[in-house]
Structures are given as C-alpha cells and as structure tokens.
Write a protein that binds this ligand. Structure first.
Ligand code: ADP
Ligand code: MG
Length: 378
C-alpha cells in the first residue's frame, strides 16, 4: 500500500483522495486549517502552513511517505527539492512544483522550449512597469509572479492605470519577491485547459479540451469537449507535451491555452489536477483525479472516454461558518445532474463551496441552472 502525503486539502484534493483510496492508498492530508475538504476523507490529517519550512520538513520526516503529492501552489518548494535529493518522490517532480510556483520561471521554461506565449516582460517597480507596459502596448494584463486564483491580477487599459495596478499586484503578492509579469492582452475566442497525463510507462495522454469562463480570477463554469480545429488542438498538444516532458515525472497536468482566430497561445500550467477539470467528474469514464492517481501509481490508462459535460461553481456570498445548503433537491431532481458539496467549514464572499455537474445535450446551461438553484446559508 502506498502512503501519500497530500500537501493542500481543498476540493481538488478531496476528489484525489477518494480516487487514491479506491486504489488502496493510505493518505495523510495536510493543510493550514482543520476540517479541510480532503481531510474529511483521508486516513490521517496534519495541520500546518505548507509555506513553513520547518513544519513541512517535520511532516515529511514523521510520515515517511512513498509519494508527496502537492495540491496547491503555495508550498515551500525548496523543501521539496531537498527531500527529493534525499530519496523522497515528489509528484510530478520537485522541479515542476518549484517552477510553477513562480509565473516567471515557468514562462521562461516555455519560451526556452520555443513555445508561443503572449508578449510579456517583468517589472520590479511601478516605474519599470510603466516602461514595459508601454513597450508591449496597452491594454496589458499585470500579475504578481507569485500568486494564484487571479490574486493581484488586473488589466491596465492606459498608462494612467499603472500605479493602481502596481499597488493591487503588491497587495495580492505571495512570498518575498516584489515582481510582476506584464503581458499583452490576448483577445481570445476561447480559452482551454488541456489535461495532459504523463505516465510512468507509456506515452503522454490528452483529455478532450475543456472550455471555461473566468471571473475575478476564478473559473465560473467549464465544459468538455470544447470544439476546436484539429490543427489547433494538435498545436496545443505539441506544446503541452514539450513543456510537461521538460518538467518530467508522472502525473496529470492542467495546461492552459488561449485560442484566437489565428493561433493557439500557451498561458500557464499546473502540475496537478485543475479546477476547470472538475467537469471530468461527470464527463469522463476516469476523472482527472482518477487519472492523476493511476499515473502516479504507475497503473495503466488504456482508454479515456468523454461525453458532453459541464460544471458550474456554487459560491458563498458572505462570511460565516458551518454553512447549510438549500436547493440541492431541486438541482438533483434534473436527470443527468450531480452535485459535489466540498464541506468547507467556513465561508467568505466568492469562496467556492460546491460545484454542479451535468452531462448530455445542453450540459452547460443545465449545469449553470443547477448551480443557480443552490444557495449557501450561514
Ligand atoms: N494575457 C492575457 N490576456 C487575456 N486574458 C488573460 C491574460 N492572462 C490571463 N488572462 C485571463 O485571466 C485568467 C487567469 O489568469 P492566469 O494567468 O491563468 O492566472 P491564475 O494562475 O490565477 O489562474 C485566465 O484564465 C484568462 O481568462
Ligand atoms: Mg490559470
């Protein structure tokens, strides 16, 4: 039986634990607060900040896991690099976790591999940001190099916005590096997540592309398959294969692309299941969590089937604790609809608390209708 130390215990971790437990694993779920979703289904749990070097080292030493599986970005990844040297296995690799924690590092890797990205530059001060943004041409997107879920991210339409964008980025920054990436604004037709699976034995596999819509830096709804031209899909798969091969290791990656009228542009990647991929809980025979578990355990993945499916998030509206949910019966009374309640102990405005899933024709409007029926009560 493999022992897994899961770093981060949110809703994605919870589904991963369920998949791993079905394959007979023993899972220790870690996060900075007790009662986190994945802890509710794991064998053991451990509460500490993943950014705390001493605590992270101690948890690894105490539990002696066969596999260390990061679920979030905000981890003291230097520790992962060290323990990998000592013989622990980090999924997919310590280097992947370390590079993707920093937007600039993974972007530099992609560019080094000849992968097409938006025009971009970096800035350490507001003055430098203005120069770089002017060079790229407005509008530009500004993001802290260390942040996730859209934190600190904004769009500058003109030079007059730069000071506000800089301050907003500094406020949303994680870690000790005051640095932003400034990017050309891409007027995409749609954006996709291409779930890419690196196997221990066997070729790299791809799921059908997932289309999604983002608001305030978080995904609101996603659907699969997102129709796209065959040569664009091939271009995305080639880029995904290049970058994930460079990162190495086994596991599932969420690779994000923008698709315009003329081309496919690489955006970023997560070396772990992706939130927009929750749709695969209903659209695929093996969800992204099942696929991650199989890939890291070296189990075969002979076929990935996909039917039309969609997911839509249910958000909290205010601060509170021990939330109750109304409208679940109404949502579930529709055929082909399912719901996942994450079981988070506290709420805050816009916190993702549950997801509605639908499959079959018109899956997207039906998932959104189902999500709209559910309210989070505190
Ligand atoms: N250069 C860009 N042009 C247009 N939209 C962008 C650009 N960069 C990001 N976005 C939008 O913001 C969302 C979040 O940005 P992303 O870089 O994926 O950050 P995060 O790590 O927070 O997910 C994207 O999914 C996309 O909708
Ligand atoms: Mg993203």
């Amino acid at each position: 039986m493999k022992k897994i130390l899961l770093l981060g215990s949110g809703e994605l971790g919870k589904e991963f634990v369920i998949s791993a437990k079905r394959m007979g694993c023993y899972v220790v779920a870690c996060d900075s607060y007790a009662g986190a979703p994945a802890m509710q289904v794991a064998d053991e749990f451990c509460v500490f900040s993943m950014l705390d070097e001493t605590a992270l080292r101690a948890a690894i030493a105490q539990h002696q896991p066969d596999l260390i599986v990061p679920e979030i970005e905000a981890i003291r990844t230097e520790v992962l690099l060290q323990v990998e040297q000592e013989g622990f296995e980090v999924i997919p690799s310590a280097r992947a976790a370390n590079l993707t924690m920093n937007r600039d590092r993974i972007r530099d890797v992609a560019v080094g591999l000849g992968v097409r990205t938006a025009k971009f530059s970096y800035a350490d001060t507001a003055a430098e940001l203005l120069i770089k943004a002017t060079e790229i041409g407005f509008p530009v997107v500004i993001k802290p190099v260390m942040s996730s879920s859209g934190k600190g991210q904004s769009v500058a339409k003109t030079a007059a916005d730069i000071a506000t964008c800089w301050d907003y980025a500094c406020a949303g920054m994680r870690g000790d590096r005051q640095k932003v990436i400034v990017e050309e604004f891409i007027h995409f037709d749609f954006e996709i997540t291409l779930l890419t699976i690196r196997q221990r034995n066997g070729q790299t596999l791809f799921c059908e592309p997932i289309g999604h819509v983002q608001e305030r830096g978080d995904y609101q709804y996603s659907w699969q398959p997102q129709p796209m031209q065959a040569h664009y899909l091939k271009a995305a798969q080639d880029m995904a294969e290049k970058v994930t091969t460079d990162l190495g290791g086994a596991g599932l990656f969420g690779v994000e692309f923008f698709v315009t009228a003329n081309e496919v542009i690489f955006s970023e990647l997560s070396p772990r299941p992706h939130d927009t991929g929750m749709v695969t809980l209903i659209s695929q025979n093996l969800s992204e969590f099942d696929l991650h578990a199989r890939a890291i355990l070296g189990l075969p993945i002979p076929q990935i089937d996909c039917t039309e499916g969609a997911s839509a998030v249910v958000l909290a509206t205010q601060d509170g604790k021990d939330p109750q949910y109304s409208g679940i019966e109404a949502a579930l009374s529709e055929p082909g609809v399912d719901v996942r309640i994450f079981g988070k102990p506290t709420t805050r405005p816009y916190r993702r608390m549950a997801v509605a899933l639908a499959k079959g024709p018109n899956a997207l409007p039906r998932a959104r209708e189902a999500a709209a029926k559910i309210s989070v009560l505190v």
